[in-house]
Structure formats: structure tokens, C-alpha cells
Design a protein. Structure first.
Length: 170
């Protein structure tokens, strides 16, 4: 009887330990597939390219650019894109994701997350998350505009007050 109890405790302990264990590479890879991890990474480069193009257009704001300057801009852009493609390649990022997920999640959590993301609702969440984030950012920008104006006025007032205080008193 004592041996059975010890065996039961040992098995229960192993099960509890397995639930808290580091997730296997196979399970993390399955999670990354279920969450479209590589696709999301692949979408980063075009987004960064668009941001760079927009920033350049804003910086130049209708200025006339010589053909030599245009060529330099194009070469710089090509170099930046090549660097991003190299540094953000899935072959480099997948090991990073593996380490982070294995440090951050237990096997039980990975199993549960995989189960969620394999459902139609989980897949809808993955598919619709980019538009959710885009809409959230648009809402935040609308909300932040007036706040940024108030902060700018506050900063201008602070600078004026400091200048006023710094003037020698007669």
C-alpha cells in the first residue's frame, strides 16, 4: 500500500512538473505556425519601407532634388531595405522567438494558447489583429492631438517663465 501511494505521488509530481516545464521547440514552433509568426514578421519590412518613404517625403516636402541626389536617395533606400531583409529574416528571428517563448511560457500555457489559436475565433483574432491595431492607432492619434497641443503650450509657457526668471531684476 505504501509503495502505491509513493508511486502515485511520484507520478502526480511528474505531471505537475511537466505542466510547469519549459515548452518544447516543437510546441513553440507549432504555436508560431498557428499564430502566423513568420507571416507577421514578413509584413514588417513593407510597413517599415512605407514609413521610411513617408518620412522622406515629409522631410523633402516638395523640394527639387537633383538627379545625383535622387540617385543617392535610391541607393540609400536600397541599402536600408537590404539590411532590413537580412536582419529581419525569419531564419534569424525564429531562434529569438524560440528563446523568448521558452523563457516566458510553460508547456501547459503553450498547449492552451495553441488550442485557442487553432479555433476559428483564434484564427479570426490573428487575421484581424493588424486592422485592430491600425484602428487603435488612428483613434489614439485623434485623442493624442489635443493633448500634444496642450503639452506644447505648457512647455512654451515653462520656457517663457524660465526666461522671465533668468532676467536680472532692476
Amino acid at each position: 500500500m505504501c509503495k502505491r501511494i509513493l508511486l502515485l505521488l511520484a507520478v502526480t509530481g511528474l505531471i505537475a512538473q511537466a505542466a510547469d516545464s519549459i515548452p518544447t521547440e516543437a510546441s513553440v514552433r507549432e504555436l508560431l505556425v498557428a499564430t502566423h509568426g513568420q507571416k507577421m514578421v514578413d509584413e514588417i519590412i513593407p510597413q517599415m519601407d512605407a514609413m521610411m518613404q513617408k518620412g522622406l517625403a515629409e522631410a523633402l516636402k516638395g523640394q527639387q532634388i537633383s538627379p545625383a541626389a535622387q540617385k543617392m536617395i535610391e541607393q540609400s533606400h536600397a541599402n536600408a531595405m537590404a539590411m532590413m531583409k537580412e536582419e529581419l529574416a525569419w531564419s534569424k528571428l525564429e531562434p529569438l522567438y524560440m528563446r523568448v517563448y521558452q523563457k516566458s511560457l510553460t508547456q501547459e500555457e503553450v498547449n492552451g494558447i495553441i488550442a485557442i489559436y487553432k479555433t476559428p475565433a483564434g484564427q479570426a483574432m490573428i487575421t484581424k489583429m493588424p486592422i485592430i491595431m491600425q484602428n487603435t492607432m488612428a483613434e489614439l492619434q485623434t485623442m493624442m492631438g489635443p493633448m500634444m497641443q496642450r503639452l506644447q503650450k505648457s512647455q512654451e509657457q515653462l520656457v517663457a517663465d524660465i526666461k522671465k526668471e533668468a532676467k536680472p531684476k532692476s
